[in-house]
Write a protein that binds this ligand. Sequence first.
Ligand SMILES: Cc1cc2nc3c(=O)[nH]c(=O)nc-3n(C[C@H](O)[C@H](O)[C@H](O)COP(=O)(O)O)c2cc1C
Length: 343
Amino acid sequence: MSNNSSVVSPSLSATDHPLLQPLNIGGLTIENRLMVAPMAGVTDNPFRRLCKSFGAGHAVSEMIIADTALYARKKSLYRANFDNEIAPISAQIAGAEPDKLAEAARYQIDNGAQIIDINMGCPAKKVCRRLAGSALLQDEDLVARLLDAAVNAVDAPVTLKTRLGFENGRENILRVAKRAEQAGIAAIAIHGRTREDMYTGEARYELIRDVKESIGIPVIANGDIDSAQKAQRVYELTGCDAVMIGRAAQGQPWLFRDIGHFLQTGEKLDAPSVSDIKEIVLAHLQELYDFYGEYSGCRIARKHIAWYTTGIPNSNAFRQAMYGEESTAGQFQVVEAFLHAHE
Ligand SMILES: Cc1cc2nc3c(=O)[nH]c(=O)nc-3n(C[C@H](O)[C@H](O)[C@H](O)COP(=O)(O)O)c2cc1C
């Protein structure tokens, strides 16, 4: 990686740029204001640690359904695994019943989380049908009861992640954010889209700015931030306290280092070479295999490998072959060979 001496860089040092300053969330200090967004199926324990090693100041777990009866299931155990994570650890929960949300919050604190994040942004049908995720935004009374229940359940900061509203033309983020602050929510992350938008169009930042101007708790801007310049622009447009990056970090966890470097120096880092990418991918694969074991490790690694190799010549054909590998050893070998051939 030109301009860089090490592949897995240590955390960024703070400069005068506001996004590189520590952030206080309910009494806990976050090293800087570049955050990786929670993404179910992506931001598992190995990926969160990887993003933090590249300078992300904060990472929230994948969404965990607020139903402790399900917590012995393998999927929940993986999602709520915080082993070796850099503090503060944040567990995201989603639910539509105040009692269950409170119980889940307590459970995750006992499980090692230091921050509880409530998901009111997920547009997935599976979640919305149970009136959780972003569907909750249609019922502000229920939103208020859920926030009160979670905040009162734990002696730890509770944060909220949400969207602009459920439908276009009926964006209610301003009311929701004010009620969240009143409930004692410690910070709010806002994806600049409604549920109706799903992921279409462009994220809208004006309402995030309006929220920032209306409340006193930290406001985290999210949606379509895919470069250092965009992070800077969203910061300027919203006056946000932090930026949160989701999809752009898939297959490029070094984005946090790139953004940090740009904000610190005004200069862009060169893209990592294939050799650099190889080193990062192989280390990431090993982490995934260790974490999930042989069967799931091999399967979960596939999407990461696909993201990492996008844009490398002949990667389509390589990916087809790679999907056929059923063992971690075989998968590791084909990835290593493909990247080696392009070094
Ligand atoms: C694959 C995927 C999974 C996601 N899972 C979650 C989740 O579990 N909890 C949540 O609050 N948001 C989830 N999101 C939404 C992201 O956190 C983020 O708000 C959204 O992707 C917009 O940010 P971006 O444009 O930087 O990707 C998910 C998004 C994606 C693409």
